[in-house]
Design a binder for this molecule. Structure first.
Ligand SMILES: Nc1ncnc2c1ncn2[C@@H]1O[C@H](COP(=O)(O)OP(=O)(O)OP(=O)(O)O)[C@@H](O)[C@H]1O
Ligand SMILES: [Mg+2]
Length: 124
């Protein structure tokens, strides 16, 4: 299992949601974050050159998936998030040791992969 983290432009959120849904990836967390991609803006001051760091608003998806859904999740984040301009964001993939569905006590892959995604529709 992996935890796939995608940090994308907030205005691409709906495109990412649609791409995840089409890839049958259910279950994710979404939060608003502020970040920085590393570019430094040079600002001239009367004492010399200094740098300014602007924080950008981003949307952060966290998707815990079983192994067969790792690449589809990365693809969905990239396809939904991409504009081709600087600042499109990043995808990070982390090993995930354990996942537990609290209601049933199921753990690992059965906790992150719906057996039948259709069953899931009413439960969200
Ligand atoms: N190394 C990093 N660690 C954690 N978060 C990062 C890192 N790099 C970028 N981010 C997050 O991703 C957001 C978007 O980054 P950004 O797309 O500018 O990355 P980049 O590497 O500069 O790519 P680009 O050249 O397309 O701008 C940042 O605002 C930040 O939230
Ligand atoms: Mg950048």
């Amino acid at each position: 299992m992996k935890l796939v983290i995608g940090i994308v432009r907030p205005e691409r959120t709906n495109d990412v949601l649609e791409a995840l849904f089409r890839a049958q990836i259910r279950g994710f967390s979404l939060s608003r974050v502020q970040g920085h991609g590393g570019e430094l803006e040079r600002v001239e001051t009367y004492r010399g050159t200094t740098v300014k760091m602007n924080l950008a608003e981003k949307a952060r998806f966290e998707v815990a998936v079983s192994d067969e859904f790792v690449q589809p999740t990365i693809d969905a984040l990239c396809a939904g998030g991409r504009t081709g301009e600087v600042g499109d964001g990043k995808v990070f993939v982390l090993d995930l040791e354990q996942a537990v569905r609290i209601r049933t006590g199921e753990s690992d892959s059965s906790a992150v992969t719906p057996i039948n995604p259709q069953d899931d529709l009413e439960q969200q």
